[in-house]
Design a protein around this ligand. Structure first.
Ligand SMILES: Cc1ncc(COP(=O)(O)O)c(C=O)c1O
Length: 399
């Protein structure tokens, strides 16, 4: 056996022992498979637009007009009219001066931070920032500091003590796993005080918060040249791809220096057209956005958790085995929830992640919340039970 095969087998054994195996299970297609539908509270299709016929029609029209692929990098021959149209729609929706579309949100983050970093830059990352931004900061060759989650005093100390001429602070408007909101207005004030650029990943904000315009717009920060937004087209916008929203000067800098823009084939025209259509629908149908907030409040009340800032309801469950067992139990009852285990979360704080989509009915949300509460009560947290001592109710059952 080769050294690599031996190593791969060792890695697999560790994953199995720790309850950390992940699988790319095929999504149940109710029409194709003839199975009763699972109630999906795991996807990020917050507005239910990924199956909207208007997005499909826009995508098909773009395929007929521009082809199934972009054919080349955007700076060679890969830019079509649909890309510029999408960038304009994103600006109209969010109030940004300028936008640049990438082939994914991940690529947008890598491209942006790579183009902003380099020697002489301090990048300050919130400790709960998405993996794409951690990778982006590492690749940027900037000096990287991690800040305690949403801790403004810690952020101030890091900015005040910096020795580098430039600083970039990186937050998410709505955190992808925790579902809580960043203190954007206060962070922007600190950034201005210490002459730092604020980068906000709005993957879970745009289409959901601020009436759909996102949290940066809601905080009155849209269009400022010291605030940059990154977005994904693959969540509320129901398509695929990503974007950076900022000044026209920043856009020109990215077109010329962002490696994931220059050395990557352009975003597929179908995805660009579908996302453009989604932007128009969000502006025209505010009731969709309002339905997310309504369902999020219902879900939180039913699960007995704090109301979420956006669509994401995050429930801490402790050990990865417990998270898996609860998710499996819920799936057997027809409910699909996200199950986040290390490395998506720190050790010992695995989470169930539920999303309050706009297209769920009140009955569906209440039903889901009821199943989740029961499953949590049926599978008590072993650590909490142990801490409560041998007399704790249900300790025997947990064992
Ligand atoms: C906060 C955040 N940023 C970036 C991304 C990456 O976006 P995409 O899926 O479009 O690559 C995600 C998606 O998982 C995310 O949650």
């Amino acid at each position: 056996m080769g050294a690599t095969t031996e190593w791969l087998e060792g890695r697999e054994r560790v994953r199995i022992q720790r309850g950390l195996v992940r699988e790319d299970t095929v999504r149940v297609d109710t029409v194709r498979d003839g199975k009763s539908p699972l109630l999906d509270l795991a996807s990020n299709d917050y507005l239910g637009l990924s199956t909207d016929p208007r997005l499909a029609a826009a995508a098909i029209a773009a395929i007929h007009r521009h082809g199934t692929g972009a054919r080349a990098s955007r700076v060679v021959t890969g830019t079509s009219a649909v890309h510029h149209e999408l960038e304009q729609e994103l600006c109209t929706l969010t109030g940004a001066e300028s936008a640049l579309a990438f082939s994914s949100g991940y690529a947008a983050n890598l491209g942006l931070l790579g183009a902003l970093g380099g020697p002489g830059t301090l990048m300050v990352l919130d400790e709960h920032i998405h993996a794409s931004l951690i990778d982006a900061a590492r690749l940027s060759r900037a000096e990287v500091a991690t800040c305690a989650h949403s801790d403004l005093a810690a952020l101030r100390a890091l900015l005040a003590g910096r020795t580098q001429p430039r600083a970039v602070v990186v937050l998410e408007s709505v955190y992808s796993v925790l579902g809580d909101a960043a203190p954007l207005a206060e962070a922007a004030r600190l950034c201005r005080e210490f002459d730092a650029l604020l980068v906000v990943d709005e993957a879970h904000g745009i289409g959901v918060t601020g009436g759909g315009a996102g949290s940066v717009h809601a905080a009155g920060l849209a269009g400022r040249d010291d605030v940059v937004v990154t977005a994904t087209l693959s969540k509320a916008l129901g398509a695929q791809g990503g974007a950076v929203l900022g000044s026209a000067l920043l856009r020109r800098h990215l077109v010329n220096t962002a490696r994931t823009f220059i050395f990557d084939t352009g975003l597929a025209p179908a995805a660009a057209a579908a996302a453009s259509e989604a932007c128009r629908i969000i502006a025209a149908e505010p009731e969709r956005v309002a339905a997310v907030s309504r369902n999020a409040a219902l879900l939180a009340a039913g699960c007995g958790t704090e109301a979420a800032a956006g669509a994401v309801q995050s429930i801490r469950v402790g050990a990865p085995e417990r998270a898996l067992a609860i998710a499996a139990r819920l799936q057997s009852q027809g409910l699909l929830v996200g199950c986040f285990r290390p490395p998506s979360v720190p050790d010992g704080v695995s989470r169930l992640r539920l999303t309050a989509r706009a297209d769920l009915s009140t009955e569906q949300v209440r039903h889901a919340a009821g199943l989740v509460s029961t499953a949590l009560a049926e599978q008590p947290d072993a650590d909490e039970q142990a801490a409560a001592g041998p007399g704790a109710a249900g300790a025997g059952e947990a064992a």
